[in-house]
Design a protein around this ligand. Structure first.
Ligand code: SAM
Length: 311
């Protein structure tokens, strides 16, 4: 269905947990919080079905780290069983991907985005608090073998932290069919609120002039090709080039509250309606109709970390 600004809302991001096995410096204010209660796989089915009743066609499972849930494959297969959901993808830090890639594909997952901010071991450890780069690289290989494609790597560059490794990250798109996407740092933590650390999309284009136009726009990303590259390089610029006017997404948090926009403080509790399909769909419609025209990260940082909202 359309929201109040004429945008067709067809994409739901579902955070299945706030828990995470990493502790990235830019992610959240309440990093790696342990929740008393998370939605069960059955509850996720009922809630996703209500969103599908209102026009949602694509679901992204995120967190926290979705692969810390032991029932992640059951969650995926329940979502797969919802009529009208055409595509399911998942965003992960990749640490447990080697273990889960084939079972996730068998459960009905279509593709994965893997967060990887550096290919250098010590920078990776500094960014995430863990020495698990090799596991992530193995996870990427396994996801490719399991056919969870197109594989997308998400990286957040920060000046003075990992920006000097951008070329190495871009190289991952050279010989493999992997899209490497750079996301501008958003204000979700003390690090995120330091604007001087942001590396903008334009700065990346000037540093790597071999990234060629024409640009293909897919969702929030602008994709560039380079001669001799198999994959592409994507730029996601929520700060320097706000894309709110094309935003087609709403969010469901791991406690059953819905959020109309990444930047908004409004939360809509869906749990009181979970056993009444019609009332639940009405509540979901209110969520979609409450979607603001745009975020205002430039004026005010959101009070929830990305681990809560789901990145
Ligand atoms: N644990 C999963 C992962 O690591 O991909 C999913 C959750 S994580 C919050 C989702 C995405 O949010 C990651 O790609 C991460 O890089 C991005 N992210 C976290 N904090 C960010 C920030 N301050 N600015 C931009 N992106 C951020």
């Amino acid at each position: 269905m359309k929201d109040n600004y004429g945008r067709e809302i067809s994409y739901l991001r579902v955070s299945v947990t706030e828990r995470c096995n990493l502790n990235c410096i830019y992610c959240g204010k309440d990093n790696c919080a342990k929740k008393d209660r998370e939605l069960s796989a059955d509850e996720i089915f009922l809630l996703v079905r209500a969103f599908a009743d209102c026009g949602i066609k694509k679901v992204r499972v995120t967190g926290g780290e979705p692969l810390v849930r032991n029932d992640i494959c059951e969650i995926i297969s329940k979502i797969r069983s919802v009529d009208k959901i055409e595509k399911i993808s998942l965003t992960t830090n990749g640490v447990y991907l080697k273990k889960y890639a084939f079972s996730l594909a068998a459960a009905g997952l279509d593709s994965v985005n893997i967060s990887l901010d550096s290919t250098d071991g010590s920078t990776y450890r500094h960014l995430t608090g863990s020495d698990v780069l090799e596991k992530v690289m193995n996870g990427i290989d396994e996801a490719e073998k399991a056919g969870l494609t197109p594989i997308k790597i998400n990286a957040v560059l920060m000046k003075g932290v990992n920006s000097d490794g951008a070329g190495e990250l871009i190289n991952l798109a050279k010989s493999r069919k992997i899209d490497v996407r750079f996301i501008e740092l958003m204000p979700f933590s003390d690090t995120g609120e330091d604007k001087s650390m942001i590396v903008t999309g334009n700065e990346i284009l000037s540093e790597f002039p071999f990234l060629k136009k024409p640009v293909t726009v897919e969702g929030t990303a602008e994709y560039y090709t380079a001669e001799g590259f198999t994959g592409r390089v994507g730029l996601i610029n929520p700060i320097s080039r706000k894309f709110c006017k094309n935003c087609n997404r709403v969010r469901l948090l791991s406690d059953g509250k819905a959020k109309p926009c990444l930047g908004s403080e409004d939360l809509f509790d869906l749990m009181p309606y979970i056993n009444d399909r019609e009332k639940l769909a009405d509540r979901v419609k209110s969520v979609i109709q409450s979607k603001p025209q745009g975020h205002h990260f430039e004026k005010k940082a959101p009070s929830h970390g990305l681990n809560k909202t789901g990145g």
